[in-house]
Every structure is written in structure tokens, then in C-alpha cells.
Design a protein around this ligand. Structure first.
Ligand code: MG
Length: 269
């Protein structure tokens, strides 16, 4: 609401600014950019703080059947092949497709969509390795990167703790999930993500930050949170101007995480 209200006020301010002479328009544009940039949150919690409260555990119930695909969705993976994906080096995606799912092959690198997206609704199903290996950040780690920059964490957080801003469904390094709605390793889990990309003006300045809503296994875990910038390990870097449409990336973090039933609705078409 704050964002929408702020943008509304700024929109009016922008219209008023347009009524003046050219230098005033520039001043108004600069003030608008500064004001919008100022709503990028400053997070006071230390990044990756293991001492902060763990999100409450919520039992989401057993996995439902694989979700149905809306008629206007782009199917990115239907269990058969990786024709919509490639390796980050541009070559064929090297992950293993079998039994209606695709599994990370450690060391082959991230895979990324051939198509590019901005604002979107993304559905991803994933399962952590069973039996689990290792602990913390090495336990079923992967990730869904919107625009290749903004990560919704994939991790086995069922009965396993790590720093809350890096557990399953965290916006990595920025926001722990509201609750821990994880299913056990081996069970299919789902992310339903509504992503609004950041906006930049023609000078490459941020005029609206990215926002993300995430539903994990049917449970709301992020409610239109405002991203501070790209997600990263041990740092919260500022926004850098980038294209309006970029590929979606799945992370190779050396864990044999499985994915299935991936589809996306383009909200800018
Ligand atoms: Mg990850």
C-alpha cells in the first residue's frame, strides 16, 4: 500500500512538474527519482544472522497432484525435456531428465530459460534429496532466480535450521519467509511467485523497486515485499539498471534437487 500510495503522490507531482519550464521538469524528475529510490527499504537485521528468530513451522498438508497449467501460461518444463532451457554458457542444459522431473547435476552449472520475462506469475515444483545429505546451506540447496538476479531460496528446511534469511522460500539475504511451510525431503513442494520487476528511467536510475509475493505449498510467505536490490551472499548490493526482460534461472548449488511442472504467466503481454 505504501508503495502504491507513494507512486500515486509522485505521479501527481510529476504532472504538476510538467506544467513548468524545462529546468523545472528536470528538477521534478530528479526529485521523483530520489523520492522513489528512498522507499527501497533499509533492512536493520544483520544479513545471514543465525541468532534471529526462526519462522514458525506450519504444516502445509500433503502435496496435491501436480498443478494444472492455465491456458495462457508458457510451459517451461512439462517433465519431458529441457528445450526451453540452456546452460548459462549458452550450450544445452546438462541436468538429468527422467521420470517426469529434472534433477540438478552437480557441477554442470545453473540452467536458464531461453525466453526472457519481466513481471510474471511463476509456478515451480521442487523436491529436496531424500535421504538428505549434509545440513544447513548444503542440504538441498538450489534457487529460483527471477531475472537471473533475485533469488527465492530452495532448501531443505524441514526439521533443519540455517540463517532464516537463507532458509527455504527466503528472499535470499533479505527476507525470511513469514512461516516455514516446508514439506519433508523427497516430497514435492511448490512455489507460486508473483514478481514485479524494478523500473529504471532512461538514465538508468531506479524509479520503482522490485516486489515479490511468494506462496510456498499453498501458504503465504512473502506479501509484496520490496527488494533492496539483487540478492547475494553476505551482501545486499544496490540495484543496477538492467533490461526489462531477462531469463529465469535455476541454481546448481551441488545438491541433486529435483524440479517438475514449471510454468509462467507473462504479466506484461
Ligand atoms: Mg540457493
Amino acid at each position: 500500500m505504501f508503495l502504491i500510495r507513494s507512486l500515486g503522490i509522485l505521479g501527481i507531482a510529476g504532472l504538476l512538474g510538467c506544467a513548468g519550464a524545462a529546468p523545472l521538469r528536470t528538477d521534478a524528475a530528479d526529485r521523483q527519482t530520489a523520492a522513489v529510490t528512498s522507499i527501497v527499504p533499509t533492512l536493520h537485521e544483520r544479513i545471514h544472522d543465525t541468532a534471529r528468530a526462526q519462522p514458525a513451522v506450519v504444516d502445509p498438508g500433503p502435496p496435491p497432484p501436480a498443478s494444472r497449467v492455465p491456458s495462457d501460461a508458457v510451459v517451461l518444463f512439462d517433465g519431458r525435456d529441457l528445450s526451453e532451457w540452456r546452460s548459462r554458457d549458452g550450450g544445452p542444459a546438462q541436468w538429468k531428465v527422467e521420470g517426469g522431473h529434472v534433477e540438478v547435476v552437480a557441477g554442470t552449472g545453473a540452467i536458464t530459460t531461453i525466453r526472457a520475462f519481466g513481471d510474471c506469475q511463476l509456478h515451480v515444483e521442487w523436491a529436496a534429496p531424500d535421504p538428505p545429505a549434509d545440513a544447513g546451506q548444503d542440504r538441498g540447496n538450489s534457487g529460483v532466480f527471477l531475472m537471473g538476479r533475485y533469488e527465492v531460496q530452495v532448501l531443505d528446511s524441514y526439521g533443519s535450521t540455517t540463517y532464516p534469511d537463507g532458509q527455504a522460500a527466503a528472499i535470499y539475504g533479505q527476507y525470511p519467509p513469514l512461516v516455514n511451510a516446508s514439506r519433508p525431503p523427497g516430497a514435492w513442494q511448490s512455489f507460486d511467485i508473483v514478481f514485479r520487476r524494478p523500473r529504471f528511467n532512461e538514465r538508468g536510475e531506479l524509479i520503482a523497486p522490485a516486489r515479490v509475493t511468494v506462496i510456498h505449498n499453498g501458504v503465504l510467505v512473502h506479501d509484496a515485499v520490496i527488494l533492496t536490490g539483487p540478492t547475494s551472499h553476505r551482501q545486499r548490493p544496490p540495484y543496477g539498471a538492467h533490461p526489462d526482460r531477462l531469463p529465469i534461472t535455476l541454481q546448481d548449488h551441488a545438491s541433486p534437487v529435483r524440479f517438475r511442472n514449471i510454468w509462467v504467466r507473462d504479466l506484461e503481454r
